[in-house]
Structure formats: structure tokens, C-alpha cells
Design a protein. Structure first.
Length: 275
């Protein structure tokens, strides 16, 4: 009998230390035989599924055996394994706990499709979640989930979600694109140490009818002349704000003209004055 054949025979009956050694065997046939070993328990199976270099047959075979999937740990290990077949991983996502879905969505090495699907699952569950779980998601959830929580506008959640490391400018701008966001959203953005100094966010706040006038006026000196002119066009902002924008454009033009005249080279005096 070949060495691999002998190892396969041992894999069917091995226990203890010998079984632990066989978990690291390179042969798919040996590893498949381990699955038929009555001594193979959940702990050993999860150790096997921690191997990133597993032959693809192993995750597929584990997923095929329904009794093995009664273990949540096994389902989780399969869902996270890079060699689990795509359709199986997508199916397993439906059974994952909330924070495990978050992990799928944010950890490196997971396919974009799987991340997107995990985010979709989180978004679908969001309306039914209690406030405590929403606060947890606000701290650690992926960008789309953070954006959805911001859009919901719970007072206890908004300030937390703005500090989420996965929050993006695009999600902030999406929230500001709503004509009537929940009451806590705009004040929280206006006072946030990061988002309140982001240029495109400031631009969106200037456009927003609910942004405080004092805040908008403090932003005007920082905006480019081209953006000021665009905002000052009829119909973009209320007339009461438009006059301030036009005044800021005029101030910039005067300052520019003054600087230009101050930098102009001095003209030679007339010839009669030189004689």
C-alpha cells in the first residue's frame, strides 16, 4: 500500500495526537477520509477549516454534509473560508450572526461579491434591530450600513456613526442630499471634527436649506470662486443666501484686482521729467 493510502486508512480511525497531525496532511483524499472518522469532532473540524490552503474539495464536502452544518462554528468557518464555493458561501451568509456579517463585510481577502451580499443582509436586518445593536453597528459597520444608520438619524447613533472608521464622504453627501434629513443629522455633521472641514461636505451644507446661516457664512471664504458663482446662480439657494454669495464673489474680485495692481511693474516717468 502506498504511503498516501496508508495515511488514508489511518485517517479513518485515528484519534488524539495522530488525528491532530493528519489535520495538516496535504492530500485531499486523506482529509476527506478524516471527515468519515467518528472521532472527528467540531473542534478538530474547525481547526481543519482554519487552513487557508485546503484543497477546494474539503469545504465543498463539509457543506454537503448537513449534520456538520448543525454547528454554527462550522458554518461560520465555511462562510469565511476563501476556498468555499461561491454559491455555498452566499447561502451560508443568511445564517450568520450580526457581527459575523460585519466581519465578512470588512475583513481583507473576502471577495467583493461576498462583502456586498453581507452588507445587503445587514441592511435588510437594520429596521428590526434594537437600539443597542444599532449603536454597535454604528461603531464598526461597513460604509453602506453606516450611511443607512446616519440616514435613520437616531440621536444616540448619529454622533457615533460619524466617527465610524469606514464612514465615507459619499455616505455623508448622500445623507445631505435629502431635503429633510432627521433633525440630529445636520448639527452633528456641522460640529464634527472631520466632516465639518471636508470641502465637498461644506459645499453640500451651503446648498442645504436646513443648514444654519452662521455656519454657511463661515464657510464662504473657503469656497472657490467658481463654486461661489455656481451657487449664486438663480434657483440654487434661497435668495436670502444668494446675496451673501454674490457679495463674497465681489469681495474676491476686488481683492484680486487690488493684488494685481499692487504687483504691476512701475511705469517709467515721462521723458521731460528725466531731463
Amino acid at each position: 500500500m502506498s504511503e498516501e493510502g496508508s495515511a488514508r486508512e489511518r485517517a479513518l480511525v485515528a484519534t488524539g495526537d495522530e488525528l491532530a497531525v493528519l489535520l495538516h496532511h496535504a492530500s485531499a483524499d486523506v482529509l476527506l477520509a478524516l471527515l468519515d472518522n467518528p472521532a472527528m469532532e467540531e473542534t478538530q473540524l474547525c481547526l481543519l477549516l482554519e487552513r487557508k490552503n485546503l484543497p477546494s474539495e474539503i469545504p465543498e464536502e463539509v457543506a454537503r454534509r448537513k449534520p456538520l452544518l448543525k454547528s454554527y462554528r462550522v458554518k461560520r468557518a465555511l462562510a469565511f473560508h476563501p476556498r468555499t464555493p461561491r454559491l455555498i458561501s452566499l447561502r451560508l451568509l443568511r445564517d450568520l450572526y450580526l457581527m459575523d456579517l460585519v466581519q465578512v463585510a470588512i475583513v481583507p481577502g473576502v471577495s467583493a461579491e461576498l462583502k456586498r451580499n453581507a452588507e445587503d443582509q445587514l441592511l435588510a436586518r437594520l429596521p428590526q434591530l434594537p437600539l443597542g445593536q444599532k449603536i454597535t453597528l454604528a461603531r464598526r459597520g461597513p460604509a453602506r450600513v453606516a450611511g443607512a444608520l446616519l440616514a435613520e438619524g437616531h440621536e444616540q447613533v448619529v454622533s457615533i456613526v460619524l466617527d465610524n472608521p469606514y464612514m465615507t464622504e459619499a455616505q455623508i453627501l448622500r445623507a445631505l442630499s435629502r431635503e429633510k434629513p432627521p433633525t440630529p443629522v445636520i448639527p452633528a455633521i456641522v460640529h464634527h471634527h472631520k466632516w465639518s472641514i471636508t470641502y465637498n461636505v461644506r459645499l453640500a451644507l451651503v446648498r442645504h436649506p436646513s443648514a444654519p446661516l452662521a455656519t454657511i457664512l463661515s464657510y464662504l471664504p473657503e469656497l472657490t470662486v467658481s463654486d461661489l458663482r455656481e451657487l449664486a446662480a438663480p434657483g440654487i439657494v434661497p435668495e436670502s443666501l444668494r446675496k451673501y454669495l454674490q457679495a463674497e464673489v465681489q469681495r474676491r474680485m476686488r481683492a484680486s484686482q487690488k493684488a494685481a495692481s499692487g504687483n504691476a511693474p512701475a511705469k517709467d516717468p515721462p521723458a521731460s521729467n528725466r531731463e
